[in-house]
Design a protein around this ligand. Structure first.
Ligand SMILES: O=C(O)CCC(=O)C(=O)O
Ligand SMILES: [Fe+2]
Length: 212
């Protein structure tokens, strides 16, 4: 089977310590979507600034003790929503349990996220190659859940110039990376307009991390 043209149903290793778990979130999606839609109504996603003073193409919101924020001061974690100065709400049990189970499936036991970043992609949005490196403990993995429109996830290596594998993520897929690949470069290609029955013209990605 050509892993990158067919949609597999079992975990696929994409790099050392990195796994694509196709459809892993589907069983909890009805409950998850209900709490996520409520969250986005109360804490709307906003486009943050990059340190270079550009608006990010992706809009973000957060849950948990720590929300990831960008500004002209740099990137980092904040206990408050910069728009309202309110503390972020707790990560709902359905999401906490899903991220712990996905990490375990990829070989990372006892993962407990204290941060859930919600990235909202409209058609034309993308995320350039970057490393997740604002966290304190790099022994903890990253758990990334795709919802709604499909997208091509790029997963590279320790250097930005390393070759990337292209993973066709669909609604309900999860990618987990840690260990040797914890700081590998990754990104999302420009998202195309394929409306999804749950999210419409949006792709929403949940990035679960242990920030502190
Ligand atoms: O949207 C994605 O699939 C990736 C998100 C990501 O890399 C991040 O939030 O740091
Ligand atoms: Fe990332």
């Amino acid at each position: 089977m050509d892993l990158f043209s067919d949609h597999p149903t079992t975990p696929v290793m994409i790099a050392t310590g990195a796994y694509w778990l196709p459809g892993f979130a589907l069983p909890v999606m009805p409950t998850l979507w209900q709490v996520l839609a409520q969250h986005l109504a109360a804490y709307p996603a906003q486009r943050m600034m990059t340190p270079m003073g550009h608006l990010m193409s992706v809009a973000t919101s957060s849950m948990g003790d720590w929300g990831w924020v960008g500004s002209t001061q740099g990137y980092g974690y904040s206990a408050q929503d910069p728009a309202t100065q309110q503390a972020w709400p707790a990560i709902p049990a359905v999401m906490q349990a899903l991220s712990t189970a996905a990490a375990l499936q990829a070989g990372y036991a006892n993962f407990v996220a204290d941060s859930c970043l919600i990235n909202v992609y409209a058609p034309g949005s993308k995320m350039g190659l970057h490393q997740d490196r604002d966290e304190q403990d790099f022994t903890q993995p990253i758990v990334s859940v795709s919802i709604g429109m499909p997208a091509t996830f790029l997963f590279g290596g320790v250097k930005r110039s390393d070759p990337t594998v292209k993973i066709p993520l669909q609604h309900g897929d999860i990618v987990v990376w840690g260990g040797a690949s914890r700081r590998y470069y990754h990104g999302v290609s420009v998202v195309k307009p394929h409306a999804h029955s749950l999210t419409g013209l949006r792709r929403i990605n949940l990035t679960f991390r242990k920030a502190k």
